[in-house]
Design a protein around this ligand. Structure first.
Ligand SMILES: Nc1nc2c(c(=O)[nH]1)N[C@H]1C(S)=C(S)[C@@H](COP(=O)(O)OP(=O)(O)OC[C@H]3O[C@@H](n4cnc5c(N)ncnc54)[C@H](O)[C@@H]3O)O[C@H]1N2
Ligand code: MOO
Ligand SMILES: [Mg+2]
Length: 407
């Protein structure tokens, strides 16, 4: 049994991240959560031109620096400059231009006096207070970004702020890494789909649905391959097909020591290199990790909670690295206060599902009510985290702190 941390490192080392061959151009409207594959520069300066940050008057600082309410400076208004208008007149000594937020600064003017510090009298404006400094409220061309400099770097996840920047830089098509293709199959002669009538002894294939949801949540393309009975030939054909079409293959079930647990044997027959057969975590011990020339294979355990725990702990980091994220692949744990006594047999690193809440300046972890059995998927619903009891430790008492993985 490989310790969990070591398994994580081993798996991450097996992953070849996407490179410049693994890209596609996507419409800006559809790039949310995708990963930028090339760095982006713009030929535009930001701001594109000197402009006003406020509604007011564009003036020459020299003219107004000694203005006061008692001795206002009177300026002649030569032009009105709404947003989107290119000024036609230059502001000469004794003159001002009416200007609105975002509008282009007229030639000759160097400072904005805000409207609240003026009094308008027809075609004249009285300046009642001197600006704090020359250039006050002027946003200068290129102050935020200069054309040609790196704007967004490759590897960024495109969320609202990055999408706004891309839009402003007029990038309507964006080069992003393609989605990882993840084939998912469920093994087990007892399995039926949710719409099939359930006969005695049968079980509904819930893993296929949960794993597809997780893959899609991670930005992957889930390729559902359905249920494969515990028959070596059928399983061999499906696995061979899966590794030919996918970057990652997830099977669930058939990896323990039972008479019908064929996955490891078939992987070996197909020429896979098997790197891991068991990990010291509970649930999730019988985890098989193998590589084919073009695909990474995870044989997840069949028990519903075990399949998901091994996904969160090991598949998720691998998918993050594969997808082109430059760092931050490892799961992040937070420190929380246990709300109940938590127990483990101490033989494996134990993951207990429950609720993590931020209460009074710290995280609190509450274990799910009901059985913490890897076959009980019912009380997994509504949970958001896994509390960890380290290997060799048999309990964490209420009030003590523990590491918790957010899921
Ligand atoms: N003698 C031993 N027996 C077992 C060991 C062991 O070390 N020695 N390990 C146990 C542990 S831990 C786990 S976890 C399971 C893993 O078993 P498999 O990966 O071989 O999975 P199966 O035997 O095929 O199924 C286990 C269980 O899960 C149900 N299942 C399977 N697939 C699905 C699915 N797609 N959706 C919902 N439920 C599924 C299946 O019906 C079984 O009930 O082995 C222990 N045994
Ligand atoms: O590891 Mo199994 O996943 O304990 O049930
Ligand atoms: Mg089994």
């Amino acid at each position: 049994m490989v310790p969990a941390k070591q398994a994580e490192e081993l798996i991450l080392n097996l992953v070849q991240p996407f490179n410049i061959q693994d890209v596609e151009d996507v419409d800006l409207r559809s790039v949310r959560d995708r990963i930028l594959a090339v760095s982006v520069t713009s030929h535009l300066d930001f701001p594109h031109w000197d402009n006003s940050a406020m509604d007011g008057y564009a003036v020459r600082f020299e003219d107004v620096k000694s203005a006061s309410a008692e001795k206002p400076v009177v300026l002649e208004i030569v032009e009105e400059i709404p947003a989107g208008y290119q000024p036609q007149r230059s502001v000469k000594p004794g003159q001002a231009a009416r200007i609105l937020t975002g509008s282009v600064m007229p030639e000759g003017a160097d400072t904005i006096v805000i409207q609240e510090e003026t009094k308008r009298e027809d075609e004249q404006v009285l300046i009642l207070k001197p600006p704090i400094e020359p250039q006050a409220f002027v946003r200068h061309r290129g102050a935020f970004y200069q054309a040609g400099a790196p704007l967004l770097s490759a590897g960024l996840v495109l969320k609202a702020p990055e999408i706004a920047v891309l839009a402003a830089a007029q990038c309507s098509q964006v080069r992003v890494y393609r989605r990882p293709r993840v084939a998912i199959l469920s093994t087990g002669s007892e399995l039926v789909t949710p719409d099939q009538p359930l006969q005695p002894g049968q079980i509904v294939d819930s893993n296929q649905y949960a794993l597809a949801a997780l893959v899609e949540q991670m930005g992957g393309e889930a390729i559902p391959l359905g249920i494969v009975a515990d028959q070596p030939e059928a399983l061999k054909r499906t696995i061979a097909d899966a590794v030919a079409i996918a970057d990652v293959v997830l099977s669930s079930g058939g990896v323990s020591v039972g008479d019908y647990d064929y996955v490891d044997r078939i992987l070996a027959e197909l020429g896979a290199q098997i790197h891991i057969r068991a990990v010291a975590i509970k649930p999730g011990k019988p985890l098989t990790v193998a590589t084919f020339p073009k695909a990474l294979y995870f044989g997840l355990p069949g028990n519903p909670v075990s399949a998901l725990v091994t996904f969160w702990r090991f598949v998720q980091p691998a998918l993050k690295k594969l997808s082109g994220l430059p760092q931050g692949w490892e799961p992040t744990f937070v420190q929380a206060i246990a709300q109940q006594d938590l127990r483990s047999d101490g033989k494996r690193e134990s993951y207990l599902w429950g609720q993590l809440h931020w209460v009074n300046d710290s995280y609190e972890f509450t274990i799910a009510t009901g059985s913490s059995s890897s076959g009980n998927l019912i009380n997994l619903a509504g949970t958001n985290s896994l509390g960890v009891i380290p290997i060799g430790q048999t309990q964490i008492m209420a009030g003590e702190s523990l590491q918790v993985l957010q899921i």
